[in-house]
Design a protein around this ligand. Structure first.
Ligand SMILES: Nc1ncnc2c1ncn2[C@@H]1O[C@H](COP(=O)(O)OP(=O)(O)OP(=O)(O)O)[C@@H](O)[C@H]1O
Length: 354
């Protein structure tokens, strides 16, 4: 098992980072009436860990007995029937899924799942009717229609089902949903907190840590706990005993994006664009999210760019990121950004050097 899973705190009491949130969640559960919750924060900050520990606090070890299913849905949408298949992770007390996987049909799936869940209301240990929890990931990626549909359904079935929503950016979640949930901001952990987690893992694994080693990993982690723990484990595999100046290699895909940025800077032509497209496809088929590719590509290009072009390039990156969110095929928009960049950069080179 990877360290990120092996050392994920299982209960709210064992949470190392965000202890305050963990204590608040514990109080919420003890007061019985848990509201709908919205967890938001950057990737790798610990949202999922808090949600899993919260479910365990609510329902006991039963919440950890989960099964993974590929569930088919047949939804009656007026004049037609929509058939969809979504992956769900469920226990007897909760269901977890990623409704944005349904693409533009996300609004139908939202209604259907909540209705389906509300049909079966479990009994708690004392024989009282309790509620089921629906964990929805990446709610910020849901279309506006799906978010409206979610709002309506969450009101209708609030007696039998509680929602735990999880996302990176709460600004992409409609005000109507935000105001119906208790908002939990899970901020990116500080380097000191990351060092604390790494030292905890080091102790459990009986590792000798040279001074400043974990601090270097934390500094390169972009304040993501997941990334820091993964880098730590990679270092352990590459070389042990650790040395004070041991290199901390970037993730493979990041290195690949950096290579793409170098390709773009070296030559700006349709042929090079074609080559870059192939590499972008490679990243997408390996499940690297398109927004993250675009963001990383921009930051790599900015490192190599003249300061007078930076503003314009950032503007176009934001423009194509927005377009990408509205559209379906991410590759078109990333490629369009690369083409735009090449055109801006080539014009700049011609104007400067002739
Ligand atoms: N409070 C914590 N204490 C110790 N380790 C933690 C804590 N929270 C998270 N971790 C570690 O960090 C890893 C990543 O956390 P988690 O999956 O909860 O992040 P996330 O915010 O849900 O990320 P994403 O948005 O990318 O899904 C976990 O696998 C776990 O090992």
């Amino acid at each position: 098992m990877l360290w990120v899973d092996k050392y994920r705190p299982r209960t709210l009491d064992k949470i190392i980072v965000h202890e305050e949130i963990a204590q608040n969640l514990k109080k919420l559960v003890s007061e019985q009436d848990c509201p709908h919750l919205l967890f938001y924060g950057p990737p790798g900050s610990g949202k999922k860990t808090l949600i899993m520990a919260l479910l365990k606090q609510m329902f006991g070890p039963g919440a950890e007995k989960v099964k993974l299913e590929n569930k088919p849905w047949k939804i009656d949408a007026g004049s037609r029937t929509i058939e969809l298949e979504l992956t769900t992770l469920s226990s007897t007390h909760h269901i977890e899924l990623n409704p944005s996987d349904a693409g533009f049909q996300d609004r139908y799936i939202i209604q259907e799942i909540i209705k389906d869940m509300a049909k079966i209301r479990p009994l708690d240990a004392k024989g009282k009717r309790s509620f089921k929890v629906l964990v929805l990931n990446q709610v910020d990626k849901l279309s506006k229609e799906a978010q409206h549909s979610l709002r309506r359904t969450m009101e209708k079935y609030s007696a039998s089902c509680r929602l735990i929503l999880c996302c990176n950016s709460s600004s992409r979640v409609t005000e109507a949903i935000r105001s119906r949930c208790l908002n939990m901001r899970v901020s990116a952990p500080t380097p000191e907190q990351i060092v604390k987690v790494l030292e905890f893992i080091g102790k459990k694994e009986n590792l000798q840590l040279p001074p400043g080693f974990t601090a270097r990993i934390a500094a390169q982690s972009n304040r993501s706990l997941r990334r820091a723990i993964l880098s730590f484990e990679t270092c352990r595999v590459q070389q042990y005993p650790f040395t004070a100046n041991q290199a901390i290699s970037p993730l493979d895909w990041e290195q690949y994006v950096s290579e793409i940025a170098s390709d773009i800077m070296k030559e700006q032509s349709p042929k090079r664009l074609f080559l870059v497209r192939g590499k972008l496809y490679e990243l997408l088929v390996n499940c690297i999210p398109p927004e993250i590719i675009l963001k990383k590509l921009l930051s790599e290009l900015l490192k190599k760019l003249d300061s007078e072009l930076k503003h314009e390039v950032c503007h176009w990156a934001a423009y194509y990121e927005h377009k990408m969110r509205q559209g379906q095929k991410a590759i078109f928009h990333i490629e369009a950004f690369v083409a735009k960049f090449m055109s801006i950069y080539k014009s700049f080179l011609i104007a400067t050097f002739g």
